[in-house]
Write a protein that binds this ligand. Structure first.
Ligand code: 5GP
Length: 224
């Protein structure tokens, strides 16, 4: 007999089959702060949250898969998606365009499923304006400036100018930290994963998201 692996998070009300509105879990950070690893761990630990796959005009990097990491489109394709209203938010980051397809997000929320976003501060701002009650915004900070610089240097493996440009971009992204609901300083990955999961568990319990709560309590009181 195979035993079902329990999730590291809890969605207590799902076990009661109570209707819930899904939430939009946004993670932003400068590159090099560990956001991608954190997002992967979150997805692996919990079955009720799925990644939003963005569209981008950036060329695929080695190992990236179309439709999995991103949907890779050309500039015209991106523009037509924008014009047809198929993008929930979009932004220019460095020299490329990035956007979130609308349909999968709206379907997930209504089905009580949560969606994870790895998007920048511009995307976080737009989603906050469009769906204020649904967003949960988490900003991931590196433990220190020198640690981030070292990570960018190792990762970039290129000219000091490129590293300097990335550092400037990191500094500008970091300046948006006060626009987020939670901040995780990522000095220890396991601790950060636990914090990210704790946020998910708590946010799922918010009264406003529990669409089935009124009926649940009404039925309970009917027999009292
Ligand atoms: P990369 O090219 O390294 O994958 O991503 C560059 C930046 O674009 C990252 O900060 C990432 O969070 C952001 N990004 C990726 N997809 C989207 C998106 O759909 N919308 C917005 N606003 N930012 C995105």
């Amino acid at each position: 007999m195979t035993r079902k692996q329990p999730d590291s998070t809890t969605d207590a009300n799902a076990e009661l089959h109570m209707a819930r509105r899904g939430l939009l879990y946004i993670i932003s950070s400068p590159s090099g702060a560990g956001k991608t690893t954190l997002a992967r761990r979150l997805l692996a630990a919990d079955r009720n949250i799925a990644m939003s796959v963005s569209v981008t005009t950036r060329p695929a990097r080695p190992g990236e898969r179309d439709g999995v990491d991103y949907r890779f489109v050309d500039a015209d394709g991106f523009e037509s998606m924008k014009e047809r209203g198929e993008l929930l938010e979009w932004a220019r980051v460095f020299d490329n365009h990035y956007g979130t397809p609308r349909a999968p997000v709206e379907a997930a929320i209504l089905a009580g499923k949560d969606v994870l976003f790895d998007i920048d501060w511009q995307g976080a701002q737009q989603l906050s304006e469009k769906m204020p009650g649904d967003v949960v915004r988490v900003f991931v900070l590196p433990p220190s400036g020198p640690v981030l610089e070292e990570r960018l240097r190792v990762r970039a493996q290129d000219s000091p100018e490129t590293v300097a440009r990335r550092m400037a971009a990191a500094s500008s992204e970091i300046s948006h930290w006060p626009e987020y609901d939670y901040v995780i300083v990522n000095s220890d990955l396991e601790t950060s994963v636990n914090s990210a999961l704790a946020i998910l568990t708590a946010e799922r319990l918010k009264r406003a998201r529990l669409l089935g709560l009124s009926a649940f309590v009404r039925d309970m009181r009917a027999v009292l």
